[in-house]
Design a protein around this ligand. Structure first.
Ligand code: HSE
Length: 428
């Protein structure tokens, strides 16, 4: 049987995992597809670098074009990261009729539609299971598992770094800065953690999940994003006292064909399944009109979990090759995108105010909520011996983002309110 030849772009954490799985599980993999799978060529930054794995030096090259332009290679596995240059490699590989497996969420979030269109033009597959939630097979699940249903809501903990930080803050009462330093020491957070902690990484992943879930072309600019860098240990303590866990949630929902996608620290009711996802783990909760609630849990990063998704994509490409159906299953979003406006986006809010402790203050506050048609679920005033002001904790019912913004704007001008300490979305 003619072997299938694979070109690997990148031999970092994930690339090493891919080599380990392809070599270690060779017998099982080749039995599934009916051909041996050979990693023919690997593009690396430095051929001389010491690695945790042995690879035949003759396979290494420092020039990715040697891989892209190698006529022997059937499938390119891209695990090198990067966007603009990597896009050029992928587009040329597709023009040469090579199929693509990529773990690159940045590339797919920014240029997914262009890449998928080019793939279709050239009857090629582009699979990207590892780009969202590493080892969780959520992309195939959305495309295939839910093909019969209408997805109404997707909620994801799709960033392990921030989930590690929030979990530690919650369990140990630690401050954001201290836990971030620990995350850096453990290698969970990068030295510049902006993309993770400001929610950008999660937003890119939600762009991909929203596109697949709602079958429309979601772009990064459609996602409203707030990160966790302003979350305090006091906020988390309040969340816990009220029966919530603080999570950085990506939330995509669809109502009457109108969608909204956001990423924000969210207070999730403790009995919701996603509230118990802790540490660096990821989870994606999907609510389908017919199926109801489902949830998928697992490792969102790491060498072997991510490589599992990459190699499963590789197997899918090879099975398609055998059947001669590559490129036929490309999911090109077909629905016209209709984004919700701020009047249509509705959810519950938690608000913590520091106010003057005197007669009539609560009346002014509740009056503002009534004026902008915001209905309240609970209002609690807490004595706080460390604080000369009264603390008022409010949880609203589902109210529009527009009304909430108007209330908060009104509060800015109310002299009895010293500080709007915190505002969080509430789920569950
Ligand atoms: N920085 C990501 C995370 C890695 O923390 O989950 C996987 O994309």
């Amino acid at each position: 049987m003619k072997p299938i030849k694979v070109g690997l772009l990148g031999l970092g954490t994930v690339g090493i995992g891919v080599v380990r799985i392809v070599e270690g599980n060779q017998e099982d993999l080749s039995s599934q597809v009916g051909s041996p799978i050979i990693i023919e060529k690997i593009a690396v930054n430095n051929c001389e670098k010491e690695r945790d794995i042995y690879v035949d030096p003759a396979k290494l090259t420092e020039n990715p074009w040697d891989v892209i332009r190698n006529p022997e290679i059937d499938v390119i596995v891209e695990v090198m990261g990067g966007v603009e240059e990597t896009k050029a490699y992928i587009l040329e590989a597709l023009e040469r009729g090579k199929h693509i497996v990529t773990a690159n969420k940045d590339l797919m979030a920014l240029y997914g539609s262009e890449i998928l269109a080019k793939a279709q033009e050239n009857q090629c597959d582009v699979f990207y299971e590892a780009s969202v939630a590493g080892g969780i097979p959520i992309i195939r699940t959305l495309i295939e598992g839910f093909s019969s249903d209408r997805i109404l809501k997707i909620m994801g903990i799709v960033n392990g770094t921030t989930n590690f930080i929030l979990t530690k803050m919650s369990k140990e009462g630690a401050s954001y800065d201290d836990v971030l330093e620990e995350a850096k020491r453990l290698g969970y957070a990068e030295s510049d953690p902006t993309s993770d902690v400001e929610g950008i990484d999660a937003a890119r992943k939600m762009t991909i999940l929203g596109t697949l879930g709602f079958r429309t072309n979601v772009e990064l600019d459609d996602v409203s994003v707030r990160g966790i860098s302003q979350v305090t240990k006091e906020d988390i303590a309040y969340a816990k006292r009220l029966g919530y866990e603080m999570k950085l949630l990506g939330i995509a929902d669809c109502e009457d064909e109108h969608i909204s996608i956001s990423v924000q620290p969210t207070m999730v009711r403790r009995n919701h399944p996603i509230a118990s996802v802790n540490g660096v783990f990821n989870a994606v909760y999907v609510y389908g009109q017919a199926v109801g609630e489902t949830m998928f849990y697992g490792a969102g990063a790491g060498s072997m979990p991510t490589a599992t998704s990459v190699v499963s994509d590789l197997i899918a490409v090879i099975k398609n090759l055998k059947l001669g159906v590559n490129g036929l299953k490309a999911i090109v979003p077909y629905k016209v995108k209709k984004l919700k406006n701020d009047k249509q986006i509705k959810y519950k809010n938690f608000i913590l105010l520091h106010v003057e402790d005197k007669a009539g203050v609560l009346a002014q506050i509740t009056q503002a909520f009534a004026q902008f048609d915001v209905s309240l679920e609970s209002v609690v005033q807490q004595p706080n011996e460390h604080n000369p002001f009264a603390e008022i904790i409010i949880v609203t019912h589902d109210v529009s983002k527009d009304s909430m913004n108007k209330v908060l704007e009104h509060f800015e001008g109310l002299s009895v309110i010293r500080t709007i300490k915190s505002v969080y979305r509430v789920e569950g």
